[in-house]
Design a binder for this molecule. Structure first.
Ligand code: NAD
Length: 255
């Protein structure tokens, strides 16, 4: 237990699984009232109930970040239940494997719609609330794939690069409103999404070893290791940080 987000209300998108789920538990343990926004109803409700069972406050909201009306409704529900929004952690995204020539326009647009327009829409709905409150913190999830090129991930890599640049833009445009906006750049992390890729490989042990051996630290991250940095960026401890891109990748992008 900690008090690093005491009294704050945090919306976390994509918090039904993976890094977002780890962050939802960690933020709640640190005193935040947490809004879990996700299209995965079953997973989202389970996370909210598990947090409530520990005596902490959480609300699940069914929201697709690509739908402006659902995003607006998410913000309304957060305000009706908790009265304010201090933190927006844009974590929802999808992965898509393929070189440019293997990527259809439909797939490209779907990835950009969730990974980039989703961040845009959530910021557009939450920033006016933060302005009225006198400030807030936004954490946007990019990736090491936003900092360096990664093979066979054309649409995903481009989308995360866009998130990084959008983060810098937001940081400049809203600094005077005391809204801090930073980007988190995780490396490969042992979430459901990653473990599925490994399990689908004809040789899962070799697939895991392939992931691990390119990381200077020698192993992929656990979701909590990414969530801890999100907590820092969301908290007042990061009061002088805005417009930053923070790699949390075991040294991968240091090479
Ligand atoms: N896992 C990794 O190795 C890794 C590496 C770098 C960056 N990231 C980034 O970290 C974030 C979390 O990744 P993860 O591995 O935990 O992913 P995940 O697939 O486990 O979880 C993503 C969540 O987003 C939700 N979601 C998907 N589309 C949505 C939509 N339109 N509206 C609302 N919710 C939606 C899903 O239901 C899911 O709960 C993502 O932004 C991802 O790109 C992950």
């Amino acid at each position: 237990m900690g008090e690093r987000l005491a009294g704050k209300v945090a919306i976390i998108t994509g918090a039904s699984t993976g890094i977002g789920k780890a962050a939802a538990f960690l933020f709640a343990e640190n005193g935040a009232r947490v809004v879990i926004a996700d299209i995965n109803r079953e997973g989202g409700k389970k996370v909210a109930e598990a947090i409530q069972a520990k005596g902490q406050e959480a609300l699940y909201v069914a929201a697709d970040v690509t739908h402006p009306k659902q995003v607006q409704a998410m913000v309304q529900q957060a305000l009706e239940r908790f009265g304010r929004i201090d933190v927006l952690y844009n974590n929802a995204a999808v992965n898509f494997f393929g070189k440019a020539l293997d990527t259809s326009l439909e797939d490209w647009n779907r990835v950009f719609s969730i990974n980039v327009a989703g961040v845009f829409l959530c910021c557009k709905s939450v920033i006016p609330v933060m302005q009225a409150q006198g400030g807030g913190a936004i954490v946007n999830t990019a990736s090491s794939a936003g900092l360096v090129g990664l093979r066979n991930l054309a649409a995903y890599t481009a989308s995360k690069g866009a998130v990084l640049q959008f983060t810098k833009n937001l940081a400049l445009d809203y600094a005077a409103d005391h809204i801090r906006v930073n980007a988190l750049c995780p490396g490969v992390t042992a979430t459901e999404m990653t473990m599925q890729v490994i399990e689908d490989d004809p040789d899962p042990v070799a697939a895991r070893a392939r992931f691990d051996r390119v990381i200077p630290r020698g192993t992929m991250a656990e979701p909590i290791e990414i969530a801890r940095v999100a907590l820092f960026l969301a908290s007042d401890e990061a009061s002088y940080m805005t417009g930053a891109a923070v790699p949390v990748d075991g040294g991968y992008t240091a090479e």
